[in-house]
Design a protein around this ligand. Structure first.
Ligand code: HEM
Ligand SMILES: *[C@@H]1O[C@H](CO)[C@@H](O)[C@H](O)[C@H]1NC(C)=O
Ligand SMILES: *[C@@H]1O[C@H](CO)[C@@H](O)[C@H](O)[C@H]1NC(C)=O
Ligand SMILES: CC(=O)N[C@H]1CO[C@H](CO)[C@@H](O)[C@@H]1O
Length: 320
C-alpha cells in the first residue's frame, strides 16, 4: 500500500476527534492523504462545475454509483467501453445512464496531479456523494481504496432490479446485497432526483395485467397526465417528483398520493411492510437523510476489490 502510516495516523486522529467515520472494512477516509491529498477537492470542483451547466446530472451521477455497486461491486465496471458492445453499459438496463464525462474529467485532472493513484471506482463514489450534497441532500464521509475491476459483462447486469418488480421481488433482490426493507426504501429515496423515460413505466398505463386498464395503484389523473406526456414518444422523460433536481422528501409524498412513477416505486407504498417506512420518511426528513447516508455508505462498500483483485485504471473507460 502506497501511503505513510504516520500521515495516516495523524489524519485518523483528527478525523476521530471530529467524530467522522474513519474506515469501513478495507476502505479508509485518509486513503489518499499522502498520495493524492486534493482528490476530494478536485472531484468536488468538477462535479460542481458540471452541475452548474446541467443540474440534472446530479441524478445521473447518483444512479451511476448504484449501477456500479450492484453489478460486480463498486469497481467502475460500469465505465468500460467495449467495441463489440458486450460491456455492462451496453445493457438496456444501463441505457440512459449519464455522467460518464464528469468522471472522465475528474480522472483527467487527478492523473495530472498524481498519476496512477486514484481509482475510477473511488471517483464515482465521491462524485455521487457530492452530487447529493449539491442537490440539497445529506453529506456523508466516503472512505476510499476501491480498486478498479477487470471485468465488465453485459450479462452481469441481471443483478439490477427491473422497474416492473413488486415489493416482494425488490426486498429479495436487495436482501441478496445485504439490505433490509428499511434500507431498500431509503435507497429508493434516491428517486427524489431525476426522471424516467416512458419505456420504463408505460406498461402500467394500459393493458396492465391484461385487464385493459391502468395499474390500479396509480392515481387516475396521474395516469391521464402520463398517457398524454408519453404520446410524444417512449423516450420522453418524466420526473419522479415535482422537484427532480432537489434532494427532498417529495418522492415519498408522491408515493402517498399514488403518483409513484415506476411500479417499483409505488409498490413500496402498497405493501404494508414498507408503507410505514414511506410514511415515516415523509414526516421526518431527518430520518430519511440519516438512513440514506448510512445505506449509501454501505452500498459504497459492496464487493470491494482489494490489492491484486483490481487495478488503478489510467483511463476509466479501458482496462489497463
Ligand atoms: C429499488 C430498485 C430500483 C429500480 C427498479 C430502479 C429503476 C430505475 C429506472 C427504471 C430509472 C429510469 C431509467 C430511465 O428510464 O431512463 C431509474 C432512474 C434513477 N435511479 Fe433508480 N432504480 C432503483 C433504485 C435506485 C437506487 C438504489 C438508486 C441510487 C442510490 C437509484 C438512482 C436513480 C436515479 C438518481 C435515477 C434518475 C437518473 C436520471 O435522471 O438520469 N435508483 N431507476
Ligand atoms: C410479486 O411478483 C411475483 C413474481 O412476479 C408474484 O409471484 C407475486 O405474487 C407478487 N407479489 C405481490 C405481493 O404482488
Ligand atoms: C412505445 O413502446 C411500446 C412498448 O413498450 C410500443 O408498443 C409502442 O409502439 C412504442 N411507441 C412508440 C411511439 O414508439
Ligand atoms: C450510455 C450507453 O452506453 N448506453 C447504452 C445502453 O445500452 C444500449 C443497448 O441496450 C446502448 O444502445 C446504449 O448505447
Amino acid at each position: 500500500m502506497m501511503k505513510s502510516c504516520f500521515g495516516d495516523l495523524m489524519l485518523t486522529m483528527v478525523l476521530l476527534a471530529s467524530g467522522v467515520r474513519v474506515s469501513f472494512g478495507a476502505l479508509s477516509s485518509s486513503y489518499y492523504a499522502m498520495t493524492c491529498p486534493f482528490v476530494e477537492f478536485t472531484v468536488r470542483n468538477t462535479v460542481s462545475q458540471a452541475l452548474q451547466s446541467d443540474p440534472t446530472l446530479a441524478a445521473g451521477l447518483l444512479r451511476l454509483h448504484f449501477h456500479d455497486c450492484f453489478v460486480q461491486g463498486c469497481d467502475a465496471s460500469i465505465l468500460i467501453d467495449a467495441s463489440d458492445k458486450t460491456a455492462e453499459k451496453d445493457s438496456p438496463a444501463n441505457e440512459s445512464i449519464r455522467g460518464y464525462e464528469v468522471i472522465d474529467q475528474a480522472k483527467q485532472m487527478l492523473e495530472a496531479q498524481c498519476p496512477g493513484v486514484v481509482s475510477c471506482a473511488d471517483i464515482i463514489a465521491i462524485a455521487a456523494r457530492d452530487a447529493v450534497l449539491f442537490a440539497g441532500g445529506p453529506y456523508y464521509d466516503v472512505a476510499n481504496g476501491r480498486k478498479d475491476g477487470r471485468r465488465s459483462r453485459i450479462e452481469d447486469t441481471i443483478n439490477l432490479p427491473p422497474p416492473t418488480l413488486n415489493s416482494t421481488g425488490l426486498i429479495q433482490m436487495f436482501a441478496q446485497h445485504g439490505f433490509n426493507a428499511q434500507e431498500l426504501v431509503a435507497l429508493s429515496g434516491a428517486h427524489t432526483l431525476g426522471a424516467a423515460r416512458c419505456v420504463s413505466f408505460n406498461q402500467r398505463l394500459s393493458n396492465f395485467d391484461s385487464t385493459n386498464e391502468a395499474d390500479p395503484t396509480m392515481d387516475s389523473n396521474y395516469v391521464r397526465m402520463l398517457r398524454r406526456t408519453c404520446n410524444t414518444g417512449n423516450n420522453t422523460q418524466v420526473g419522479f417528483d415535482y422537484t427532480r433536481n432537489r434532494f427532498d422528501v417529495n418522492y415519498f409524498y408522491a408515493l402517498q398520493a399514488r403518483m409513484g412513477l415506476l411500479m417499483s416505486d409505488q409498490t413500496l407504498y402498497s405493501d404494508p411492510r414498507t408503507q410505514s417506512i414511506v410514511n415515516s420518511y415523509s414526516m421526518d426528513p431527518r430520518s430519511f437523510f440519516s438512513d440514506f447516508q448510512q445505506a449509501m455508505i454501505k452500498m459504497g462498500t459492496l464487493d470491494i476489490k482489494e490489492g491484486n483483485q483490481g487495478e488503478i485504471r489510467l483511463n476509466c473507460r479501458k482496462f489497463n
